[in-house]
Design a protein around this ligand. Structure first.
Ligand SMILES: C[S@@+](CC[C@H](N)C(=O)[O-])C[C@H]1O[C@@H](n2cnc3c(N)ncnc32)[C@H](O)[C@@H]1O
Length: 307
């Protein structure tokens, strides 16, 4: 896969709080990972809530990485799965080859990974778009995830144990948080499969629930109290109400879903650009009978922007 016309100028390197390598997207005006750390986020949002201990040695985990980027989440997952004797059947969706190539050109990024595990996975994906090893096999589908997902659905609908959704935020990349795209991701899941994301915005949560999934807030149970924001979302057809890694949505979060902030992003043809999706959502919010998000914020004594 070669770079598109934009080369790599739209990306700038940065080191996150835990010292791990990350990137900032000038195009989207957003970092690839949270400031506290790319590796930390991979563990907190994806690897730990996946609860690999649910699976037995020798089992094959079906995994879809939506927005592979540098590949941090998948490399971290593989390095947690392999010592447990788990194999991965891996699928990746990504539009831009530059993040992975830039990361693999950075020695400190390569040093984050074990040569035969994470590093081998990422180098194979960069060089051939495929991965094959004694720990599993996979294919990276380049292109707009809204179209590329069709090929993944064909072979893995209803079979996936894990979908890791790591798109830029809904405000900057609403294409990948639309009701339609989230319904497609939900269709990938096996009955006990999980979708995991760092995002705790109301609209995607409402769309995941509309797709028939139970939705809970990532973050420890102890953090459930009061008005704390969660660290993301887990969704599944079958989810224990509470675990070490998630808790039920709080009353504040449930009301958030029901407010105008929960108005879904819509993209029925899977072709609309971000500005069009945001504008049509704004129109729907203006016509909605639901409580304005500003009133919901006031009621809960919250500061800051709409989420
Ligand atoms: C937040 S970054 C992902 C970070 C990544 N998971 C990691 O661990 O490095 C978002 C990624 O989404 C990709 N992207 C943006 N729009 C996309 C689209 N329509 N289809 C597929 N990928 C897209 C960007 O190129 C970027 O790599």
């Amino acid at each position: 896969m070669t770079f598109g016309s934009q080369g790599t100028a739209h990306l700038s390197p940065r080191f996150s709080g835990d010292g791990s390598f990350s990137l900032y997207s000038v195009e989207y005006g957003e970092g690839f990972h949270c400031r506290s750390g790319a590796l930390l986020e991979a563990q907190r949002t994806f690897v730990r809530p996946a609860q690999l201990e649910r699976f037995c040695a020798g089992e094959e985990l079906w995994v879809v990485d939506v927005c592979v980027g540098l590949g941090t989440n998948s490399a971290a997952l593989l390095e947690a799965a392999a010592p447990r004797g788990l194999r991965l059947r891996w699928f990746g969706l990504e539009i831009d080859p530059a993040p992975l190539a830039l990361a693999l050109a950075e020695p400190s990024f390569c040093a984050q990974w074990q040569a035969q595990l994470g590093l081998d996975l990422l180098r194979q994906l960069r060089d051939t778009s495929c991965w094959r090893s004694s720990h599993g096999q996979g294919q990276l589908h380049w292109g707009d995830a809204r179209q590329a997902i069709e090929a993944v659905l064909e072979c893995s609908a209803g079979r996936c144990d894990l979908v890791m959704l790591d798109a830029f935020s809904p405000r900057h990349c609403p294409q990948l948080w639309s009701q339609e795209f989230l319904a497609a991701l939900a269709a990938l899941l096996a009955p006990r499969g999980r979708l995991l994301t760092y995002c705790s915005a109301a609209a995607p949560r409402r769309s995941l629930a509309a797709a028939g999934l139970q939705v809970a807030a990532l973050g420890s149970v102890g953090a459930a109290a009061g008005q704390a924001w969660s660290q993301g979302t887990v969704a599944s057809q079958a989810l224990e109400a509470t675990s070490r890694w998630w808790r039920p949505l709080s009353a504040m979060e449930l009301e958030h879903l029901a407010s105008r902030a929960g108005e879904p992003y819509r993209d029925p043809e899977g072709q609309a650009d971000g500005a069009t999706i945001l504008a049509s959502r704004q129109r729907a919010q203006a016509l909605s009978d639901a409580e304005p998000a500003s009133a919901w914020r006031r009621r809960w004594g919250l500061q800051g922007g709409d989420r």
